[in-house]
Design a protein around this ligand. Sequence first.
Ligand code: GUN
Ligand code: ZN
Length: 436
Amino acid sequence: MTNGRPERIALRGDLLDFTADPGWGAPRPDHPGLRWRPDHWLLVQGGRIVGCECAAALTPGPDWHCVDHRGRLILPGFVDTHVHSPQLDVIASYGSELLDWLNTYTFPAEQRFADPAVAEAGAQTFVDALLRHGITAAVVFPTVHAVSVDTLFAAAQARGMRLIAGKVLMDRHAPAGLCDGDVASTEALSRALIARWHGRGRLAYALTVRFAPTSTPAQLAMAGRLLAEVPDLYLQTHVAENRAEVAWVAELFPAARSYLSVYEQAGLLGPRSVLAHGIWLDEADRRLLAERGAQIAHSPSSNLFLGSGLLDWPALEAAGVRVSIATDVGGGTSLSLQRTLSDAYKIQALRGVRLTAWKALYAATRGAAEALQLGAEIGSFDPGCSADLAVWRWAEGPVALHRDRLVRDLHERLFAWITLADERNLERVYVAGQVR
Ligand code: GUN
Ligand code: ZN
């Protein structure tokens, strides 16, 4: 026992994770990358996965604390690669596209986070909400206020979560209460936050450029300098989400070949860069993303809600770009990855492409982890990984129960689960082997 908690835990249930990208194409029971271990014990020691045993063949000995989740689906904790902590305050706001939505709802809500009491309460609510949706790791935008960063990191640390975040950078085209001062003072503030949080426990700092229109070229260059200087920093931003936004960037940066090349010229594209959306990119942009190793955080619920567009996911991957899945709350309308994946399926269906349950769940677990260069720590049940996982009920409510009784194979069952389940199906979430 450590701190009164069992050191060795065995969890029994239906284990599903992935060893590789299942890719596109029709689902098969022996699909490459799929690892399905029904009714198995997952063995956890010191917060890490150490093995797995078939329950019919073995019962763990008396030195294991056994937890019976028989008949439940056990998945690695979901990884949300793009979400805004203050935007729970504006989720489900009616009637606008991106630029109007930012001015009407989002910027006013984010200004309230200057108040430490609002930031503190907002951070706690947000991090608890992630866990209640089975999300154990996330890449998060707080606000421009340092207190929003401190409270968010502290809340994640108190729960042992894997969190990547950083102070939002904005020094133009936003209300005065959300605009940074001069570049030197913003750089000093960013350096202080990096020193406080980057690499502390399971936390990592991301330079957080909101998007090209709200940063001066000098601020973008400062972010590029820090990214080159400080090892292992992440970079997060938005790119090519909405057509009016793309046109605005072309006006603001007339010399740039494309929206993406604004970031390239500032040195912001690298293997730890997470760019949300990427709907309105061209082939040269996709090649550049692939060369730099940067990933696109696909945010399907947000893209539908704000009417932004339908992502050509296969074209990105064909060019060699990694694509992860993100809720993008509050542009997105739910922290449920099941709902988000279901929206991703519908977007691809509108484009004539079918997203399998395998590919969808991979993108929200191991795929995201690998795109974040965290595949050795999260996203799967590989031995050595942190025991960040969620236990799910297969069906909740009469319609889902009815449908679940009729499924003929695993893919059908999982696809119906993605389509019909949400956070109400969550039985329990473990972070580093501890119930949260
Ligand atoms: N682009 C710039 N800021 C935002 C934001 O908060 N949400 C979304 N969806 N897009 C953005
Ligand atoms: Zn966003």
